[in-house]
Design a protein around this ligand. Structure first.
Ligand SMILES: [Zn+2]
Length: 99
């Protein structure tokens, strides 16, 4: 029991070196701020039915997707929405696909 208490005390005690690193990193976030994402993560994957689908989905297993099209589903990046071919797709409201 005493050993367990010592381990817990060690885990909860913040190392002095980590505190120094935290101070040094405090200036960094302000320089990285311009990369803020307003609505959705650009790296987010979206899904659509490549066989005539009119909507894109945030969830590849969205309940509005007919099971017979499940093997037709393809993914693309959120940033590709501006490309021709994807631009005509509409966001699915069921799974909350981003605009
Ligand atoms: Zn959906």
């Amino acid at each position: 029991m005493l050993i367990l208490a010592l381990i817990l005390a060690t885990l909860s005690a913040p190392p002095a070196q980590a505190a120094d690193a935290g101070d040094a990193a405090a200036d960094a976030p302000q320089e990285a701020a311009p990369t803020a994402t307003p609505t959705a993560d650009p790296k987010m994957r979206l899904y659509y039915n490549s066989d005539g689908g009119k909507f894109y989905h945030a969830d590849a297993q969205c309940s509005t997707i007919d099971p017979k099209y499940q093997n037709k589903m393809k993914s693309f990046a959120y940033t590709d929405l501006t490309r021709s071919g994807y631009a005509k797709l509409k966001p699915c409201t069921k799974c909350g696909a981003p605009n």
